[in-house]
Design a protein around this ligand. Structure first.
Ligand code: ATP
Length: 248
């Protein structure tokens, strides 16, 4: 199969490193000094129960919520002070929880909005083609309003829109939420494909099975902190993880 999104990968952005990141909401500590990294081409998962601090970690990483401490770097570049809206220019693509597509705009307009930070040029057109190749249903539906798409199709649209920025690292918050098992399998196949092509992924999920299948390493978050880390294979064999997160 033809490799998609290859040009972005050749200009490697270096390792995404998060050091001692903390988030407080008033008196509540949502994230307690956590550190992790995503090497180029690596795929890292963050699993944890409701309220463990996964979304706060992603939002603090991108600057969408204020950090009470910590540092974010991509390769040599310090992104700690970069505003959320400028993260995309530094190669950080973000697929938010709940998709947040623009329901009143056609599918293709939604995708092109993902490329707002770039000039409309041959590369943008080529990236759009690559997104359509990855998710053929989006091409079929390109003129339809995004609000008319099913939940699974909207999730593909949200991922496609983030890919339009040609990210060096793609952050995904609960892409499986609300999807049927068949669509979760489809999303998993596509995350694996992006990973095989060398795109760096940081996947935040409650669905541990999906996460272990799509990533090489994982963190298990509990009460805002990192409770365990390991390869996804090791963790998927761990008795405690199997009981709590896989229900086995
Ligand atoms: P979920 O899987 O439900 O999204 P999560 O692991 O992503 O859970 P967070 O959403 O990061 O967890 O929440 C971590 C903690 O921070 C929770 O106690 C939550 O109630 C609290 N919290 C999150 N956002 C806010 C906010 N804007 N204001 C106050 N407290 C918040």
């Amino acid at each position: 199969m033809k490799a998609l999104f290859a040009p972005a990968r050749t200009e490697s952005g270096g390792t995404l490193a998060v050091e001692e990141l903390s988030v407080h909401f008033g008196g509540v500590c949502a994230v307690r000094s956590i550190s992790f990294s995503v090497a180029p081409g690596d795929s890292v998962g963050v699993i944890g129960a409701n309220g463990a601090g996964k979304t706060s970690t992603l939002k603090a990483l991108t600057g969408l919520v204020p950090r009470s401490g910590g540092r974010v770097t991509l390769g040599e570049r310090d992104l700690t002070m970069v505003r959320a809206r400028d993260m995309v220019r530094h190669g950080i693509g973000y697929v938010p929880e709940g998709r947040h597509v623009f329901p009143g705009l056609p599918v293709e307009k939604n995708l092109l909005l993902g490329a707002y930070a770039r000039r409309w040029d041959a590369e943008t057109r080529a990236t759009l083609e690559e997104v359509y190749e990855l998710f053929p249903v989006l091409r079929e539906m390109s003129g339809r309003l995004a609000g008319a798409l099913s939940g699974g199709q909207q999730q593909m649209l949200a991922i496609g829109r983030a890919l339009m920025t040609r990210p060096r690292v793609l952050l995904l918050d609960e892409p499986s939420m609300g999807l049927s098992p068949i669509l979760v399998g489809f999303i998993l196949d596509n995350l694996r494909r992006l990973r095989e092509e060398g795109l760096s992924l940081l996947l935040v999920e409650q669905n541990a099975k999906l996460t272990f299948g799509a990533t090489s390493h994982c963190l298990v978050m509990e009460n805002g902190g990192v409770a365990m880390t390991g390869t996804s294979e090791e963790l998927s064999r761990d008795a405690r993880v199997r009981q709590i997160y896989l229900g086995l």
